[in-house]
Write a protein that binds this ligand. Structure first.
Ligand SMILES: Nc1ncnc2c1ncn2[C@@H]1O[C@H](COP(=O)(O)OP(=O)(O)OP(=O)(O)O)[C@@H](O)[C@H]1O
Ligand SMILES: [Mg+2]
Length: 457
């Protein structure tokens, strides 16, 4: 008997040690093999309790087998009035019914649980209790994703996936970069062909330049022309000079480059018109001009005026940037503008420019107005998420795309050497600026009058 006990205890200790070692040395497979199945069982078993605690249940009448106490009739009852007999009976009773759950699925950092809404419920009811659910499930956060009417998915994440973000494998698609990760663990994909222009805001040291650098590094291996405007004396973008077709470090240089770019946009319009194409992507590949991505760090510097003599230059800069933003989409010229604030206080035309920058990234900000300015009238939860980004987590941001959805995300930290290495490795792909800005309409094609900006806009 005592031998058996020793064997059982030994087996238990060995199993516990094995599980501990498995978890320690291969946490990913431990999660799928042991952690997730255990959590899934626990989530299903406790759901009615958790839903009740979060006030997500509905009161319904249902048939239940009840145990009713009946007074016993006859002589025994007369002598002892308290004697009762219990009888099982089917009857309709009030019950709290939890929303029906779908099939729980694991993710690398948590799980996704489909839920069918009760009549009268909306996803906002679940979003309002997301924090309660997170505590009940002992996880870092729960987010609510709408899937289709009457259904939603609760996405639970066990740890903050943005606490540490490693570089993400780059995409092979043209004009697509993956600068970091989203909160749900997926890669953050920035596709300039879907969302052509981006605005990146954030307080000082919030990670704007790191993101701009990650974008440059991601685009470096692709057949695109990169242009940098860095009015902080070039400190941010100079290391990437080998991969930049042009770099502006003073306003005068930037204005000259912008006017080249506006002239090039007109060339591209003429080319598209000559070929009967609506945009450069429908042109034959042999004549398609190279895509241009213009990154502007600290855009406020472009609009700052020391005195009235600079007013003209500032106005020209604003107008040229706005034209590039308005016309760039069809002609493969993309704008990525970084700044601490991109508001009307910078100068005339900035509000119009901002409305053209449909991709939005909001890092930590100092005041709620900047978050509102960056994220517009998105879900108030997005604004709250942006306001609570901590200073200790530079690079964490709220990203909004075109479809109205938003995500918390973090860019991967890009050490200077890595970015420089990418720039020098792909330096041979850098098209010279003269070549980028010299698109011509082939002489064989009928010469039609070129477009004007007003027509295209
Ligand atoms: N994604 C990230 N992960 C980890 N650290 C980061 C990340 N992004 C930025 N940092 C750190 O934060 C510091 C500030 O980042 P960055 O220079 O990009 O901020 P910024 O918003 O451009 O600031 P400024 O307005 O002063 O130019 C960097 O030196 C870097 O160490
Ligand atoms: Mg910066």
């Amino acid at each position: 008997m005592s031998d058996t006990l020793v064997y059982v205890l030994g087996a238990l200790v060995a199993a516990a040690a094995g599980l501990w070692a498995w978890r320690r040395h291969h946490p990913a497979s431990f999660w799928y093999g042991v952690g997730f199945p255990a959590r899934a069982v626990w989530v299903y078993l406790t759901w009615s309790h958790v839903a009740g605690g979060c006030k997500l249940t509905r009161r319904r009448r249902a048939w239940r087998l009840t145990l009713d106490a009946l007074p016993v009739v006859g002589p025994a009852a007369r002598s002892a009035a308290s004697v009762v007999e219990y009888k099982r009976r089917m009857r309709r009773v009030d019950i709290d019914r939890a929303p029906r759950l779908g099939l729980i699925r694991p993710t690398p950092i948590g799980w996704r649980l489909p839920v069918r809404l009760h009549d009268g419920q909306i996803p906002a009811d679940y979003a309002a209790v997301a924090e309660r659910l997170a505590h009940a499930w002992r996880v870092h956060a729960v987010r609510v994703l709408e899937t289709r009417p009457g259904r939603l998915v609760l996405v639970a994440t066990r740890t903050d996936p943005l606490a540490e973000v490693a570089a993400v494998a780059e995409s092979a698609d043209l004009l697509t970069v993956r600068p970091g990760r989203l909160e749900d663990g997926r890669a953050w994909v920035m596709d300039l062909r879907t969302v052509p222009h981006w605005m990146i805001v954030g307080a000082t040291q919030s990670g704007k330049s790191n993101l701009a650098n990650a974008i440059i590094a991601g685009l470096s291996p692709q057949p695109v022309a990169l242009v940098g405007f860095d009015l902080k004396g070039g400190v941010e973008f100079t290391p990437y000079a080998p991969r930049l077709s042009a770099l502006g470090t003073t306003r005068t240089e930037c204005v000259a480059l912008l006017s080249d770019l506006v002239a090039e946009l007109e060339n591209r319009m003429a080319l598209c018109r000559a070929h009967g194409a609506r945009n450069v992507w429908t042109l034959p590949e042999s004549v398609r001009p190279v895509p241009v991505v213009l990154l502007v760090d600290e855009v406020a510097e472009l609009f700052l005026m020391a005195d009235r003599t600079e007013k003209d230059e500032v106005t020209r800069t604003g107008v040229a940037l706005l034209r590039v933003a308005q016309l760039g989409r069809a002609f493969a010229v993309h704008l990525i503008v970084c700044g601490q604030r991109i508001g009307s206080d910078l100068g005339p035309g900035v509000t119009a420019l901002r409305s053209q920058l449909s991709g939005r990234v909001c890092h930590r900000v100092n005041d709620p107005e900047t978050a509102t300015m960056a994220l517009g009238d998105l879900d108030p939860d997005a604004l709250d998420a942006a306001r609570v980004i901590a200073a200790e987590t530079p690079g964490v941001c709220v990203v909004a795309g075109q479809d109205g959805s938003w995500h918390r995300a973090r860019s991967a930290y890009l050490p200077e050497q890595a970015a420089e290495h990418a720039a020098t490795t792909y330096a041979h792909l850098t098209p010279p600026w003269e070549q980028v800005t010299s698109t011509t309409t082939p002489a064989a094609l009928p010469d039609r009058p070129s477009w004007t900006g007003e027509q295209a806009a």
